[in-house]
Write a protein of this length. Structure first.
Length: 290
């Protein structure tokens, strides 16, 4: 993986895996938000789940086999705890990385949970594992960054920027009040004016297509984009309104297009609750008049 080139002749269209929270860019498999060791935190909350690392290794190796990928990128938050590292992580992180690196080279784009990740890499020169700057890098014309920092301006010359960090989901409520949550892919664009104000030196801005990946780890939960705002979504790109939110498109893991965030707000549980509250108030007002 190298810094972005100004040439777009080698651009590869990112290809999500059907029904899986993973995609490929060319011959590279990309996974985001692994949160290895989350079972320790759950145990502290009284939820006892044995380590799922072997299952996640099996999934990742299955992805490699089915896609014939020659490299894997871990798009941040490989580990779960932030301020320290649990005993479970000290065992599971090297085990996971070694299992992948025995098959293909591994690249890590550190996330906000990954402080000290370099201490838990397998100590064997046979394993090709590289840690990249948190501001991102590119491969096959696509920029890769976790999403908890402003990206390198080099990524603004890419056709795609792929990130994680927010674990996107959509929450839906039916007319009977049943609520379901589904992990989704988010496709959107950056807001060019915000980047030009922050980086006046930008000249060759190509308006990258932005893909926000669902979390690889199914235990981490997510943020419902159709109930979220710029203030509640994570990272400086959202807090500074540098990503188009309302027109962002949501897709289920099977590829089904759900609609834009703006459209999906209408089926959010919070929206239906608000409508019921307003309806109840109107009925009470009518009764009071009568």
């Amino acid at each position: 993986m190298t810094p972005t080139s100004s040439s777009h002749s080698t651009v590869s269209e990112p290809q999500p895996l059907v029904n899986e929270p993973a995609l490929t860019v060319g011959s590279t498999l990309v996974l985001a938000d692994l949160h290895i060791g989350i079972e320790h935190e759950l145990a502290l909350s009284g939820i006892n789940i044995p380590s799922q690392v072997d299952r996640r290794i099996d999934r990742a190796l299955r992805y490699l086999a089915t896609t014939n990928a020659q490299r894997v990128v871990l798009l941040g938050d490989v580990k779960h705890t932030i301020s320290k590292t649990s005993a479970l992580e000290r065992h599971d992180i090297p085990h996971f990385l070694r299992s992948l690196a025995e098959c293909v080279p591994v690249d890590i784009l550190p996330g906000n949970h990954d402080a000290g990740i370099e201490y838990w890499l397998p100590r064997d020169s046979r394993f090709r594992i590289e840690i990249h700057p948190s501001k991102g890098c590119s491969i096959h014309g696509a920029g890769l960054v976790h999403g908890h920092t402003w990206p390198s301006t080099d990524l603004l010359h890419c056709d795609y920027v792929i990130m994680g960090h927010n674990h996107p989901i959509v929450r839906m409520a039916d007319p009977l009040g049943h609520v379901s949550s589904k992990p989704v892919w988010i496709r959107t664009r950056f807001v060019e004016s915000v980047f030009r104000e922050r980086y006046p030196e930008i000249d060759d801005y190509v308006n990258p297509r932005v893909i926000i990946m669902p979390a690889f780890n199914e235990l981490v939960g997510g943020i419902a984009f159709n109930e979220a705002s710029y203030e509640t979504l994570l990272g400086p790109l959202f807090s500074n309104r540098a990503i188009a939110l309302e027109k962002a498109q949501a897709y289920l893991l099977d590829g089904t297009y759900l609609g834009t965030v703006e459209q999906l707000r209408g089926i959010a549980p919070s929206h239906r609750t608000s409508r019921r509250t307003q309806s109840s108030r109107k009925k009470n007002e009518h009764r009071a008049r009568d």
